[in-house]
Design a protein around this ligand. Sequence first.
Ligand code: ADP
Ligand code: MG
Length: 267
Amino acid sequence: MSTLTISGLRAAVGGSEILTGVDLEISSGEVHAVMGPNGAGKSTLSHVIMGKPGYEVLGGSVVLDGTDVLSLPTWQRAQAGLFLAMQYPTEVPGVSLVDALSASRADGLGSDDELKASLRVEAERIGFDAKLLDRPLNVDLSGGEKKRNETVQLAVLKPRFAVLDELDSGLDVDALRAVARRVEAATEDDGLGVLVITHYSRLLTELRPDHVHVLAQGRIVASGGPELADQLEAGGYGQYVERSNLDVDATIGASDPFADPFADPLA
Ligand code: ADP
Ligand code: MG
């Protein structure tokens, strides 16, 4: 049983504070969905967890079973058991998938031939054309193929926790179902803990979340069960954006947010 604990995480990119205090705790086998409007900081959260250069941590912690991962370089975070499926997977000409995975030196990958065999099994399981496994990493793959490629890597590497940043974007309905089912199976078979970032609840019909959180203005403003995803799909994020705006106003001591903005200030 592993636990990933994010506490009071604050981070800046490009000189602006984007994460303003994120708290989340994920245990093995759990699926936590993070939903939120464009620009809320969802991808920033995924990048800060994994240590992408250019992001400045201003406060708080990310702890994996007692290890402070923020003090580790990205490759050590991966070896500690973290995995990120990127919203926009990077093309790496000249590096094959097999080379990239064997360089990760994760436990249990076996020889290159065994690794190739497990890649083929996993590719078939989610309907990813095995011919594409021989391409340089992500090069000339369509958006949906890149997302399936990320899923194949996740299945073979068997991390302890996976952050899936809009894994559903670019996938057709069949691919979406196959990918979501594969990740759901990993939560059951391998105890994978998942932080799944998405705009849409359709991913969550197959990859069933235990908890759903709303990220707005850089922090979690609401949490609930799977029903929250359906409410968000039906009602949008407006109420949460407003609520956190009000909170921000309150902290800077603004006047009553419900007051008539056209009232005569001297009256
Ligand atoms: P989300 O994934 O929730 O849509 P992001 O985390 O990608 O949002 O972005 C959050 C905010 O941070 C946005 O306003 C975005 O423009 C800003 N941002 C992201 N990366 C950079 C960067 N490298 N430089 C400046 N601003 C950035
Ligand atoms: Mg994003």
